[in-house]
Design a protein around this ligand. Sequence first.
Ligand SMILES: [Zn+2]
Length: 374
Amino acid sequence: MINDVYGTHGCAPDLIEIKDDSARILMNRDAQKFFTLRFAGGTVERKLVPRLWRPAKSLPPAGSGKPLSGLKIALDPGHLGGKWAKMEERWFQVGDSQPVQEGDLTLRVARLLATRLRDLGAKVSFVRNDDEPTTAKRPDDFRELARKILIRNGVPRPRAEVLDSTDPEKEKTIRWQSEILFYRYNEIRRRAALVNFKLHPDLVLCLHFNAEGWGDPANPTLTDTNHLHLLVNGSYLAEELEFDDERFEMIRRLLSRTYDEELPLADTISSAMVRETALPPYAYPTTNSTTKVGNSGYVYARNLLATRLYRCPVVYCEPYVMNSKDVFARIQASDYEGTRNINGVQRKSIFREYADSVADGLVDYYSKARGSGD
Ligand SMILES: [Zn+2]
């Protein structure tokens, strides 16, 4: 698992040393404290890592027509949307058309998906169910930390504010850095606390829309490119494994065997999404931070904060290029029943297509794994 999934970019031998009957794992670099993980002699002696989620095989057989009965699913609509969308840089607008805000699109999909999953018997919870943050903190709470980080990163006297949207030095301002600490780090850590200490789901679905570089958000580039991929946790960078906390989270994930569940789940969901959307697989321009896994051709391992911190299987969906001409037209058409003509083709609402295809994938996976008989 270290070689093929988690440490595919290399892992320094002093961090994790694997011997015949044990592994020696560095716990704390400063204290030079090591943990010895002894391997079981066989499955009888094997001790499982305590975990609160249940693999599909351990769920009781599903009732007729309810292939997801008893399954606890948490939906995590990516980003915040609403008034936060511009700050998140998940906002663009073509002329006077409705602005495209990823956080609003993902929430819309999550609500449609929740209805479908509940009809199939699942117990559904939301990690976010409006356009406000999960964290009580705000960017201003991180100004002092932002200043310290910038100084440490070689900006001795960081500027307080961004000049304007074209400011080439904006990443060196306390404003920009404190916003990142708010929406990208603290918000995700609060979501993880909610998942790990309150919701205890069997599975988290992170819902996103992808994009290609759109340039100026007020005059964005539209493209013909459109694609799909899904992510599971893995593919840690060598320098990420140097951090005591990331190495710990990686070992915890490995030992709790989330990968055994999330990989076939992601493969099966991707097949259902391809059936419905006919989207080609996304190819990352480099293999520097991702590793292709599974057999569908659509699934990558990547070390994102959400896929790493949620202590259960996590499938992270990245369908649709929001600034592709087709997807943009479908977003502008909003949600509707049945089909409508979009750029000359009869299409379902993009929100329903997304939700339906994910639900279909879950039905495929859990029906097979639980042997529901229907
Ligand atoms: Zn996203």
